[in-house]
Every structure is written in C-alpha cells, then in structure tokens.
Design a protein around this ligand. Structure first.
Ligand code: NDP
Length: 278
C-alpha cells in the first residue's frame, strides 16, 4: 500500500474513494474557530472533514468549506447520528437536520455514532441504507462497534457498513477487531489517533521522531496510514493542522511498525463501547 499523498484514498467496498487523512472537529467551537480550522486544513491539502451532530459545529463546518472556495465534490464530508436520534424515522430526521446545518445536499459518509443495541441500531442502519439507496449519502458506516456489536448487526444489514470508526492509537489497537473488519470489507478509521496529545510523551515515538526529524504525533499518524487505518487528527491551531499533515515524505520500516504495535495495552482515552452510559 503506498501512502504518498495527503489527498490519497482507501477504496470502500462500494468503490467510493475515501481520503485516508482528514481533520477531526470534535471540540472545535462553532463559529469562527471551526470555520478557520476548516479553511486552514483545506489550504494545507486536507480533503476530508469529520464532524457529528453532537459536536454542534455543523453550521461552521459547512461555512468553512464554502469559504475555502473548494468544490463540494472535492471534499469528503462525514457526520454522525447521535444516540438520542437512533431509530428509523428519527435518524432520517437527524440526517435532514445535519444537511440543513451544513447547507449541503448530500454527505459522503454518515455514521451511527455509538451502538445502542439490537433492535435500535438495526433500525438506524436501515435508515442509513434508505439514505444510501436514495443517493443522499455516498457511503454509510458505524462507529464504536465492537466485534459482537457487528455480529449482531450484520445479519440484519442488506448493505455491509463501509467504515467502522473506533478509538485507535498505539496504546489501543484491538487487532482482532481490525482483522474482523478487514475480513468483512469494512474500512477501519481512528478517532483520538494521537491520544489527544499524549503520544508526545511516549519514548519509542520520540526516538523514531529523532530518526526521521518528525514529532511523535507525525510518527503516530504515519503509523496509522501504514496500518491501513484512516486517520482524522483534530486541531484548531493553524501550525498543528499543517504539521500534522507533514507525514508523506517518510516511511516507517516493518520493524518500526512492529515496535509501535508493541505499545498496545488496551488503554482507552475515551468511553468503552460496552459501558458507555448514554
Ligand atoms: P486527537 O487524538 O485528534 O487529539 C486532539 C487533541 O490534540 C486536541 O486537544 C488538540 O489541541 C491536540 N493536538 C492536535 N495536534 C497536536 C499536535 N501536533 N501536538 C500537540 N497536541 C496536538 O483527539 P480527538 O478526540 O479530537 O479525535 C480526533 C477526531 O476523531 C475528533 O475530532 C472527531 O472528529 C473524531 N472522534 C470521534 C469519536 C467517535 O465516537 N466516533 C470520539 C472522539 C473523536 P488543539 O486543537 O489545541 O491543537
């Protein structure tokens, strides 16, 4: 797999090309903060933006994309249905509301934000399938679905989700889940890929950073992509948005990839999908 370009893509199982590098906007404030982040990101070459209804910044995301001057079709826009909107009709309504705020007429990817258990998530996924068939979304997927959540869901799906967005970083790999998704044709995507900045303190990443003249953040983001995992680091600071994307001029060796893999200890910075009280 060659990872050479910020606008490079992984192919989803329906043939849609998903840019493997994007900007996360969780906690980017609605208004000028998120508008600026989007414009700086697009200027730096980002072609994928990850928002969600619950981030309450979809209006700013849409605004930033329009102000950047980029063609809508050249940016991959993702949003997610929040837990209180799960169910068939409520998901369709939530999707309309996201599009209204974004001022867009389609999304590139729409995700179920968290599993809510059968039959709730199943009904939500059926609504996503409906939106997909109607051509209002180019791809559909899930987030925070562990293997048992997927095993419960998949028999009820007519369309296998194209993406599973999970917490993923050197201290939380969940390789069996990643392998399960790969086997089902589901692209794996990393949230909190730099552990909200905590990777800066990890000695192995600092050492590799010295070798390549990169920061531990850049080493980590490069490792994501070489593992075949889509990554969406968040920053609302111009310099970080730019430097986080400077990862296309070096390549980690197989041995270095394994060294980073060995940091895995099942450590979560966010909620466990099995015990998320929502
Ligand atoms: P990240 O691992 O991307 O870390 C973001 C934090 O790190 C911010 O506080 C940011 O601060 C800081 N940061 C960014 N770049 C650097 C840098 N170069 N050096 C030091 N610190 C840095 O965490 P997120 O939780 O934001 O995850 C990324 C995205 O994933 C989210 O924005 C969201 O889109 C998605 N997500 C999805 C979830 C889900 O349930 N599906 C859950 C959580 C996130 P600053 O802005 O000040 O630069």
């Amino acid at each position: 797999m060659s990872i050479t370009d910020i606008a490079g893509t992984f192919e989803l199982h329906n043939g849609v090309e998903m840019p493997y590098f994007g900007l996360g906007v969780f906690k980017s404030k609605e208004g000028q903060e998120v508008v600026n982040a989007i414009k700086w990101a697009i200027d730096a070459g980002y072609r994928h933006i990850d928002t969600a209804a619950i981030y309450r910044n979809e209006e700013g995301v849409g605004h930033g994309i329009r102000e950047s001057g980029i063609d809508r079709k050249d940016v991959f826009v993702v949003s997610k249905v929040w837990n209180n909107a799960q169910g068939y009709d409520s998901t369709l309504k939530a999707f309309d509301e996201s599009l209204r705020k974004l001022k867009m007429d389609y999304l590139d990817l729409y995700l179920v934000h968290w599993p809510k258990g059968h039959p709730r998530s199943t009904e939500t996924c059926k609504a996503l399938e409906h939106l997909y068939r109607d051509g209002r979304v180019r791809a559909i997927g899930v987030s925070n679905f562990l293997q048992h959540h997927l095993e419960t869901l998949l028999p009820h799906c007519e369309i296998v989700p194209m993406v599973n967005q999970m917490e993923f970083h050197p201290k939380l790999i969940q390789q069996p889940l990643l392998d399960f998704c790969t086997e089902k044709g589901i692209v794996y995507e990393a949230w909190s890929p730099i552990m909200k900045g905590e990777v800066l303190e990890i000695p192995i990443l600092q050492e590799l950073g010295k070798k390549y003249d990169k920061s531990p953040v850049q080493i980590t983001l490069r490792w994501d992509l070489q593992k075949g995992v889509v990554t969406i680091p968040k920053s609302s600071k111009k310099e970080r948005i730019e430097s986080n994307a400077e990862i296309f001029d070096f390549e980690l060796t197989g041995e270095e990839m394994a060294e980073i893999d060995s940091l895995d200890q099942g450590y979560r910075t966010g909620p466990d999908p099995d015990n998320f009280d929502f």
